[in-house]
Write a protein that binds this ligand. Structure first.
Ligand SMILES: C[S@@+](CC[C@H](N)C(=O)[O-])C[C@H]1O[C@@H](n2cnc3c(N)ncnc32)[C@H](O)[C@@H]1O
Length: 318
């Protein structure tokens, strides 16, 4: 874990913005902690750093990150590396979805950016083009390991699933404008962000809302870590609500009754503009639309997804 991140990390259980975690370093390089711990001076909880990867999640999230299926599986890694980087190895079917989301960040702005549910890091790297630093977080250790490896090697090499256990190697250079040295990736939970409040100039939540047990808590946490005066929020989601992932009582759309009845995007826009909601102070909507996104499972199995996005800004002028 990059040493520059230490001063920003708080305990995801206490979520006390004034108390940063204390590093206990066992192995290090000039810039990185390779093995060690981060300790909460308040509740004494210990968070591990192993092979450079910091795991800063509340205890109840640990079973999820230890699960070797789902987002930690080999097949998901192949799918998401293809999805994020296929443009760079000139796949004829490559998706340009991430270019489109990246364009939504707009122009250069000082400060740090956060990519919540970053997967294998494409948008995090994109954000280094216009921010001082970019941090990606995900509950998948496999994705975070892959993103860190990309940042270290500054190129992509991986095994792409063709069919079943048959794979082919793909390798390529990435965008030379990515500033790999100004990124870091950690294992963390979107519902308990281990960062000091108001730390980030830009936050993105792309295709994760429907995947978390408590979507409103995720948005409240995203808001907590965004600057109170000047902030930009990129939100995107397919709103494919699924009862096996989260309780319909907690969905932010897709229901006929309740506080979030109706369509997800309408409700998100309403929340963003309502200063009494989880987004306080409120935001102004800058842009809205949809991105056609693809995930490739095997040579013959593709998922085509429409992700609806909104870009919102909070400015000092109000
Ligand atoms: C549908 S994928 C989208 C990934 C990426 N944002 C993209 O658009 O390519 C959802 C991501 O959220 C991550 N995720 C799921 N639950 C999470 C949580 N509670 N906290 C952080 N990440 C989570 C998954 O591991 C996965 O990488």
């Amino acid at each position: 874990m990059r040493k520059w991140l230490i001063e920003e990390l708080i305990c995801p259980q206490c979520l006390d913005s004034d108390i940063v975690l204390h590093p206990d370093i066992h192995t290090e390089t000039e810039d990185d902690i390779i093995e060690g711990h981060l300790v909460c001076p308040q509740c004494r909880q210990v968070y591990e750093i192993h092979e450079g990867i910091a795991v800063v999640v509340p205890e109840q999230t640990l079973p999820m990150i230890r699960d070797t299926t789902g987002y930690n599986s080999f097949s998901m890694l192949s799918s998401y590396l293809w999805s994020h980087y296929s443009e760079f190895f000139n796949g004829p079917d490559a998706t340009d979805a991430y270019q489109k989301w990246a364009r939504a960040f707009g122009s250069q702005r000082p400060g740090w950016a956060l990519d919540i549910g970053c997967s294998v890091g494409r948008l995090t790297f994109e954000m280094t083009k216009i921010h001082d630093r970019a941090v990606g977080l995900d509950t998948s250790i496999s994705f975070v390991r892959a993103a860190r490896r990309l940042a270290a090697r500054k190129r992509l090499e991986f095994d792409l699933i063709m069919e079943g256990q048959i794979t082919e190697q793909r390798a390529c250079e990435l965008d030379s404008a990515f500033d790999f040295d100004r990124t870091e990736f950690i294992v963390a939970d979107a519902m308990a962000l281990p960062f000091r409040s108001r730390r980030f100039a830009t936050v993105c939540s792309v295709n994760i809302l429907e995947k978390v047990p408590d979507p409103l808590l995720h948005l409240a946490e995203a808001n907590r870590v965004m600057d109170e005066k000047e902030a930009r929020f990129l939100f995107s989601d397919p709103f494919s609500w699924d009862e096996s992932v989260n309780n319909p009582n907690l969905w932010l759309g897709g229901t006929q009754e309740g506080p979030f009845k109706g369509f997800g995007m309408d409700n998100i826009c309403r929340l963003l503009q309502d200063p009494e909601s989880v987004f306080s102070p409120g935001f102004t909507i800058q842009d809205k639309g949809q991105v056609l996104w693809k995930i490739r499972k095997t040579s013959n199995l593709w998922e085509h997804i429409t992700s609806q996005f909104v870009v919102a800004e909070r400015t000092a002028m109000g």
